[in-house]
Design a protein around this ligand. Structure first.
Ligand SMILES: [Ca+2]
Ligand SMILES: [Ca+2]
Ligand SMILES: [Ca+2]
Ligand SMILES: [Ca+2]
Ligand SMILES: [Zn+2]
Length: 554
């Protein structure tokens, strides 16, 4: 006896909490040394219009500065390959200023304002540090990097006793002089590397003072014989574990030794927050967001306070049903974040993949009744995934409990056995009987009679049942297709076909009992709906199936 099934699926909605933008912002241009960094190297050139001109860059000097700064960056890059540090340089040589920078060491705003204004970042009455921040933020955006900072190198080839070498902790800029003081121009990369350490929150180690800082907030190594220490030597305190020292202060630590630094070794939060049903397809909608590592730094450049920020991005979202293969057939939409790009109040909205919306569609047609787990996987650039699951239950609510047939009528008893307490619409078709019967099944048992049974039952036949979506007490249930092929008079039973009515009935009963008791529900997918045309209809099994599919989907 065939069972006609109508299944239900119940969907649980999940609320998405408010999500703080985890992408680094205006004041967060060098929070830890992991990932890509844009470096703006700027060489101001005095033109004598305000100050008497005493210095001029020569091509040879410019080449030395390029090589020395590059050497400092390369050295940093090689210290910890697992931090995947990369530097992209933007070099601006001989940017004009009316001042002579080496003679304005106590009035930095003079020439920095000139230089920044020339490059397109005007003062607008602000402190020059905002001009530099505007530039560094724009540089990061233009070069599409995780971080950015600036290195200003002033020419003092004629006044080497006037030395410049300092930087802002946590960025945004290093200020160097060409002569590099006691180190000399040929060793400028050493103090330059030292200042770059400060940019990424490494503390001084020249004295006995103890400083806890950096995104991981570890202690320095006072009076070390390292880069930040008394001799500015090219090695890093705290290497290679970062439990203390410069190594840890720039954000390097790998607790689980999987080569992914702790700060970026984080998962994603995934929320499946709604689903909608159309026909027998269920669309899931959700949101995924990277989880930032907590910012433990006890210092910050952000006047609003420190934030947890991450350079992680979602690179893929996949889903699967139970343990089937992962499907990448997911639509992903970037969120937009509004970020300060010019102090104090010029913002810009830009897309981010740190938080994304997603949706995908599950085809319920081929699923048998039972529990199903929809699992969503959001993966970041380190191939670390976060997961969410949602369970739905396809419940059998209707079954056929009896079939009887004679020459002109086949009847089936349909038993609504599910939790539904209301009438359920169902279309039932017995092949060769046209048109499809649309019936309403009340709870309990109902007998359906298919009439106009043809005289010759030999062959393969198909029972198909289709239900529409029904909504019961705000919960969404969905019916789905069941079809069953049965055979009559196949394989040498032809003798009965031309025989009497009773003979035929006996044959039919025989085949029915053999075929219907243990139904085997098709797991095949229906043909695509777009294969159909309105006029298509014949008695072939495939077209029967298609027409029913069309009915259900429209
Ligand atoms: Ca000059
Ligand atoms: Ca010079
Ligand atoms: Ca790790
Ligand atoms: Ca890990
Ligand atoms: Zn220092």
């Amino acid at each position: 006896m065939a069972m006609l099934l109508i299944s239900t699926v119940k969907v649980k909605a999940e609320d998405v909490p408010s999500i703080d933008d985890p992408t680094p912002g205006y004041y967060e241009t060098s929070e830890y040394m992991i990932g890509s960094v844009a470096v703006g190297i700027i060489l101001p050139e005095s033109n004598g219009s305000s100050d008497p001109e005493t210095e001029n860059w020569t091509p040879e000097e410019i080449e030395i500065v390029k090589n020395q700064t590059q050497s400092a960056l390369n050295w940093w890059k090689l210290q910890n390959p697992n931090a995947t540090v990369s530097f992209i340089n933007e070099t601006n040589i001989m940017v004009p200023t009316s001042y002579e920078p080496v003679n304005q060491l106590s009035n930095r705003s003079s020439w920095v304002n000139d230089v920044m204004t020339y490059l397109g970042y005007p003062s607008l009455g602000r402190h020059y540090k905002y001009q530099v921040r505007d530039y560094v933020n724009d540089l990061r955006h233009r070069r599409n990097t995780d971080w950015a900072f600036a290195i200003f190198v002033i020419d003092n080839s004629n006044e080497t006793d006037k030395v410049l070498g300092d930087s802002n902790q946590g960025g945004p800029a290093v200020y160097m002089s060409y002569s590099a003081g006691i180190y000399g121009t040929d060793n400028m990369h050493r103090p330059c590397a030292h200042e770059i350490g400060h940019i990424f929150w490494a503390a001084e180690e020249k004295t006995a003072d103890i400083y806890y800082q950096g995104y991981l907030n570890v202690a320095n190594d006072p009076e070390s014989d390292c880069l930040m220490g008394v001799n500015n030597t090219l090695k890093l305190s705290g290497a290679p574990h970062g439990d203390y020292g410069t190594w840890g202060q720039v954000g390097w630590h790998d607790n689980d030794t999987d080569t992914i630094q702790d700060i970026v070794d984080t998962f994603q939060s995934v929320y499946i927050n709604s689903s909608t049903i159309t026909g027998n397809k269920m669309q899931y909608n959700g949101t995924a967001t990277v989880i930032p590592y907590p910012n433990n730094n006890n210092k910050t450049n952000n006047p609003s306070g420190k934030r947890d920020v991450t350079i992680n991005n979602i690179t893929s979202i996949q889903y699967r049903i139970d343990n089937d293969a992962w499907s990448s057939d997911v639509t992903i939409t970037s969120w937009n974040v509004t970020r300060l790009i010019r102090y104090p109040n010029i913002n810009e909205t830009r897309p981010t993949n740190a938080t994304v919306d997603f949706n995908f569609t599950v085809d319920l047609t081929s699923l048998l009744p039972g529990n199903y787990t929809v699992e969503v996987k959001a993966t970041n650039q380190w191939n670390i995934s976060g997961y969410a699951t949602s369970i739905f239950y396809l419940n059998t609510v209707i079954s056929i409990t009896n079939v009887a047939a004679n020459k002109t009528v086949i009847s089936v008893k349909v038993n609504n056995t599910g939790s539904s307490t209301v009438n359920t619409s169902v279309s039932v078709a017995w092949k060769h009987i046209d048109p499809t019967q649309n019936v309403t099944l009340p709870p309990g048992e109902t007998t359906l009679n298919f009439v106009n049974w043809e005289t010759n039952p030999t062959g393969h036949y198909e029972i198909t049942a289709v239900t529409d979506v029904v909504i019961i007490n705000s919960s969404v249930y969905i019916g789905f297709y069941i079809n069953k092929t049965v055979s009559f008079g196949v394989g040498g039973s032809q003798a009965g076909q031309s025989d009497s009515t009773s003979n035929w009935v006996a044959l039919a009963f025989c085949m029915l009992s053999a075929s219907f008791i243990a139904p085997e529900f098709s797991k095949k997918k229906k043909p695509d709906d777009d294969l159909l045309t309105a006029t298509e209809h014949n008695d072939s099994t495939e077209n029967m199936w298609q027409n029913l599919a069309r009915h259900q989907l429209t």
